[in-house]
Design a protein around this ligand. Structure first.
Ligand code: UT7
Length: 333
């Protein structure tokens, strides 16, 4: 019997119905459809509307669809990991709300905050529980309601982000399929380039923090851009090298969807042709922890059992990382 690996045995996603187009943003801030498409590749993004609906609303929808298509009884789920930067509340954890929402009454759960690298971190974490035998069915979700922390007076950020959640089921695999390798990195020196200043323990919410618009995302785009390209290509290269993977061996690169130019530069540095690079940023913008599972979900029909996928992300923190996995599903529905 081979070593147990953690394989993705189902994938699903949920994006809200409301489509915020570049044209509508032209009315809200001083921007143009042309600028947004040329500088980011984004054509539209989804926005969750509705009083009292948070990230867990989308996560429950994604998880329910996943359970249904994999014929999984929610009571059999052992662990729920929710990667998010926009939890419903500071506490309790959104994972607990999701478990409750889907009836996963035998699961323990926790949130994982690693900004745009959240899903990569969560998938790697979930895999450890499967590989060790501690859990048999792990639900890993990644997603955000970015619209809840965006300043719709700041054209440099509000055009980029959107809302959505992706979900995967992890189960043991003894055929050698599933997660093969991962490299996760972080560097707190990046905190000055991408953050939300207030609302935490350092600057609790006050009327002043609200007036100073400190409960919104602040990003120094150019610095983040440069670090994203450099670190995503380096970490992906490292994982390829130590697994003896050449360009031919990779079926698809699934990069974090922050900016089409970042994706193309990263692929260029890795020497990967664009037909092996999965992109859906034009549809959803940057959904932070949601981009990678939503991108896999959108392209799932392309994947064949045994395909080598390389997932790579970069985000606030800074955080970044890459995962090499072998697709384990025969016909992905
Ligand atoms: O997912 C987490 C990690 N995040 C990222 O990876 C994002 C990384 N950064 C980026 O994707 C890009 O830096 C942005 C898309 C955020 C900005 O694009 P850029 O090409 O780096 O623009 P810039 O910040 O250098 O700004 C160029 C110009 C500025 O005008 P001036 O100062 O040259 O007159 C901006 O004010 O573009 C202006 N600008 C805009 N113009 C129209 C910035 N945002 C907009 C906008 N519409 N929405």
């Amino acid at each position: 019997m081979g070593k147990i690996k953690a394989a993705i045995t189902g994938i699903h996603g949920y994006v809200p119905e409301y489509i915020l187009t570049n044209k509508e943003l032209e009315i809200i801030v001083d921007t143009t459809d042309e600028w947004i498409i040329e500088r980011t590749g984004i054509k539209e993004r989804r926005i969750l509307k509705g009083e009292g609906l948070g990230t867990s609303f989308m996560a429950v929808k994604a998880a329910q669809g996943l359970l249904e298509k994999t014929n999984t009884d929610p009571k059999d789920i052992n662990l729920v990991i929710m990667a998010t930067t926009t939890p419903d509340m500071l506490f309790p954890a959104t994972a607990n709300l999701v478990s409750h929402g889907i009836g996963a009454t035998n699961a323990f759960g926790f949130d994982l905050q690693a900004a745009c690298s959240g899903f990569i971190y969560a998938l790697t974490t979930g895999a450890q529980y499967i590989e060790s035998g501690f859990a048999k069915k792990v639900l890993v979700l990644g997603g955000d309601k970015m619209s809840s922390i965006l300043d719709y007076q700041d054209r440099t950020t509000c055009v980029i982000f959107g809302d959505g959640v992706g979900a995967v089921l992890l189960e043991p695999n003894e055929e050698g399929l599933g997660l093969q390798d991962a490299q996760l990195c972080s560097d707190g020196a990046g905190q000055e380039f991408l953050y939300m200043k207030a609302g935490g323990s350092r600057y609790p919410p006050t009327a002043e923090t609200v007036n100073r618009r400190e409960h919104f995302v602040t990003q120094h785009g150019a610095a983040v851009f440069k670090n994203a390209v450099q670190n995503m290509s380096e970490v992906a290269q490292r994982v390829m090298l130590r697994n003896n993977l050449t360009h031919e061996d990779i079926a698809y690169l699934v990069p974090h969807q922050a900016n089409r130019r970042i994706i193309e530069s990263t692929a260029g540095r890795l020497g990967l042709p664009l037909d092996k690079v999965l992109i859906n940023i034009h549809r959803y913008g940057n959904t932070t922890s949601g981009t990678i599972p939503l991108c896999m979900w959108d392209h799932r029909h392309l994947f064949k059992k045994g395909d080598n996928l390389l997932l790579v992300a970069f985000g606030g923190g800074f955080t970044w990382g890459a995962i090499y996995l072998k697709w384990a599903i025969d016909h992905t529905n």
